[in-house]
Structures are given as C-alpha cells and as structure tokens.
Design a protein around this ligand. Sequence first.
Ligand code: ZN
Length: 211
Amino acid sequence: MSKLEIHEVPVTPFQQNCTVLVCADTGAAAVCDCGDAGPVLALLGKLGVEASMILATHGHLDHVGGTAELKRATGLDFWYPPADDMWLERLQHQVQLYGWGPVETPRYEHELHGGDRLQLGHAELEVRHCPGHTPGHVIFVDAAGAQMVAGDVIFSGSVGRTDFPGGSWEQLERSIREQVYSLPDDTLIHCGHGPTTTVGREAMTNPFVRR
Ligand SMILES: [Zn+2]
C-alpha cells in the first residue's frame, strides 16, 4: 500500500480547502470537495495528473458548488454520502442565502458509506461516517500515509458548526472521539478550512473536544 500526496487549493469566498489526492506510484488522482471548478482544473493541469473520481465529504455549497461544472469538464463520476441528500436538495436555497452566482446541483453516480474502501492507484482510502456537522458527513483516511481529509468535522483549534438543520453536537463529539481521535497521534488532518493539524495536537489541545 502506498501513501497519497494531498494537495490543497482554497476555493470560494469561504476559503474551503478543496483537495487533489494523488497516488505517487501511478498518478491516479481524485478530487475531493470541489466548491469551484476553475482552480481545481488549474491545479490538475499544473500537477499533470488526470483525476478518475470526484468525492465529497458533505453537501454544503462551498464543498460541492463546483462539482457539476467539474463533472461536465471531465466526464468523471461523483461519489457522495446519500445521508446528506437533504443538503443537495437545499443547494439552490444555499446559493440564494449566500448570494452566489448560478450553481448547478450535481448528481452522484456512487454512494459513500462508513466502512467503504476506495482504491486510488496503489493507495487506499477508508471512508468513515462522522455525523454531527451534517447527517451524512464522511472523512477519508489514508492509513498508509497517516493522513485524512476531514471536511468540516474538525479544524485546527476548532470543530464544525452543529447549528445547521440536521446538525447535532452530541453526534459531532462522538464522531471526533471515535472516528478521528482513535487514529494514531501523528496522523495529519487536512481540514475543510484553515491549516493542517494532527490528531495528537487536537486530542490534547482542542478547546471543544479532547480525547
Ligand atoms: Zn460544511
């Protein structure tokens, strides 16, 4: 099993960290949380890789807003947690609420569930269900590379909001304790917003949830 290179590109006015995950052995790549297609296509070109899949951690606008456009540009399939269907259904409402330009609601071809394993070249991503910020939120763990893409579950010194429809503080706390803090301390956390951190650092110092 080989590790993945994870490249971040902040997109949208929310500075959401879209990620491009690349298997260094094979060049196989995936795009995660495409909030805006333009910067992602530019990064794929710069890296010289061709993605084979589009993933999403959850259905908030800044994480999926560019996905329909990216699908049209690349013809790629989209993997999405169906427990977050309510957020795709509310996407146009989110667009109006935040005053964004026209955004097309993406359709997904494949479902993501906790326990799924996704093959990317010689690397493997484990899907973990982490409800609380949204009901269907998933994170992607590259165990061989000791790193994860955590979306809006946990941030450096903070945690995801739970005051949206379908949010739950109790669920978020349990998700962080059981699905994030159970990983080795040196595991890198690529967050949906802000800088990268580690499991050990957050488990010891996060003001909202400690191990
Ligand atoms: Zn979110």
